[in-house]
Design a binder for this molecule. Sequence first.
Ligand SMILES: Cc1ncc(C[n+]2csc(CCOP(=O)(O)OP(=O)(O)O)c2C)c(N)n1
Length: 274
Amino acid sequence: MTTRELQKKSITYRKNILRYITKAKAGHTGGSLSCTDILNVLYNDVLNVSPENFSSPDRDRYIQSKGHCVEALFVVLADRGFFPEDDLNTLCQYKSHYIGHPTKKVKGVEQNTGSLGHGLPISVGVALAAKMDKKDYKTYTLLGDGELPEGSNWEAALCAAQYKLDNLCAIVDKNGLQITAPTKDVCNTDPLDKKWEAFGWAVKEVNGNNLDELKAAFKSLPFEKGKPSVIIAHTIKGKGVSYMENQLKWHHGVPNKEEYELAQQELDSALTLL
Ligand SMILES: Cc1ncc(C[n+]2csc(CCOP(=O)(O)OP(=O)(O)O)c2C)c(N)n1
């Protein structure tokens, strides 16, 4: 897919994320908008996964560890044909499987997540299984920078290096904010590249809202033979909507009618500029 086609998709995804969050009156807005470009490149340019091969043991695996940003995942899965987009009108409604965190009841969702710190440990197991079974599939997992202080991540990181899991790629959505404060003021993980390197990982840093940089990073996997890879993706929380960008209140803020219309207008004009 060309970069222009991907750019168009990112804007459309952002419009849809806001549409369904606003309708549901709940959701993780800022973090879904920060990781939209990462999911876009993964599902449209990288992953060997589709509704047709989803039950094949050879499919690539994507596990969204920052499960609270499920709205971004649902919108991308709908676009890839895993389920009708109309299903998302039931988001967060009683008896709907489209709830506020990923569940395997939804086609295309690889793992239940949302309790932070679980996606990387599970991904290590899945990647290790591929090595043991001599399979070529790759495993990808998306972590939030506010999630990283969970100790389970660092046990998993050690384990991945120990087993030389160069079929595993972690992506850190480093938007710098969590719920109530900047990540560095809650539990600083910088210098993040040095920490991953010290744990035996090969590291690349990219602008995580730049589709070309993301494409290039994924194409060059594994960054080093015999080592797991991590992409530190520098992103903007609330990306694409001027008044949401870098604002803590949009972690799980839901737009009112006027805010929603303004956001859609901004994204529509971004579409016309492409
Ligand atoms: C184990 C656990 N503790 C606390 C929470 C509550 N929680 C939900 S989102 C969040 C902040 C996460 O920040 P970050 O990973 O940076 O997410 P992003 O900014 O990308 O949305 C927290 C603490 C949780 N989901 N799981």
